[in-house]
Design a protein around this ligand. Structure first.
Ligand code: NI
Ligand code: MN
Length: 226
């Protein structure tokens, strides 16, 4: 299993069987990701954490290109249906479903969620994935929250956590979150794309090392093993 980082919170997980899961596509409006051609992305599933533009901007184009099934909260599922996207699987917080690639459970995130046209996006969400014998947590946009402690006994292998501060938790709270979820392998997301979430990567790396954590900050377009 491997993962590729496409900037902001856009990550792809490619399973050993070749199935591809793409999270929160935001590429063409991100100058840092200008070398990524969204036409090259052909996911089987697109998972959406919430309705903000920096998580769904390229959803329609990539879904049209790939025919991917979109996994998201019920309100966003309905909104996508109203926009002509039919291959959608709506869920809600606390619910899990066994897909052909593994299990996805939608978990709490503390944030907000409005669609780009002002429609309500339901609650923001994170995802707990059980795939190919591994457990992976994609936190989405969220504050540090005690609900993360509910994941402590999941034996997580990897967690994608926001570290950019301002709109989500920053590095210090992400380190606390790593303890709450009992996971040492962290991939940082949601940083550097905008002025207010620019981070000093060396300083953040140092903090995670001091906390005994393995932080990965892959370059945009870089693929690492999970
Ligand atoms: Ni957001
Ligand atoms: Mn965001």
């Amino acid at each position: 299993m491997k993962t590729t980082y496409y900037g902001q919170s856009t990550v792809e997980i490619e399973l050993s069987n070749g199935k591809k899961l793409l999270f929160d596509p935001f590429i063409t409006h991100n100058p840092l990701a200008k070398d990524i051609d969204i036409n090259s992305l052909k996911p089987d599933y697109i998972l959406i954490s919430h309705g903000h533009g920096d998580h769904i901007a390229d959803l329609f184009e990539i879904q049209k290109n790939s025919g991917a099934k979109v996994i998201c909260i019920a309100e966003i599922a309905g909104w996508l249906n109203s926009k002509g996207v039919d291959n959608v699987h709506g869920m809600n917080i606390g619910g899990g479903f066994n897909f052909d690639f593994g299990r996805v459970k939608m978990v709490n995130a503390v944030h907000s969620s409005t669609m780009p046209d002002g429609s309500p996006g339901g609650n923001p969400a994170g995802f707990l994935l059980s795939v190919e014998g591994k457990k992976i947590y994609f936190a989405g946009d969220t504050a540090l929250t005690y609900d993360m402690k509910l994941l402590a006994d999941e034996n997580l292998n990897w967690a994608y956590l926001p570290i950019g501060d301002n709109y989500t938790m920053g590095a210090d709270d992400a380190i606390k979150a790593s303890a709450f979820i009992n996971c040492k392998n962290i991939i940082g997301i949601h940083y550097d794309s905008f002025e207010v979430i620019r981070i000093d990567k060396d300083e953040v790396r140092e903090k995670f090392i001091k906390a005994g954590l393995n932080l990965k900050l892959p370059a945009i377009g870089e693929t690492i093993d999970l």
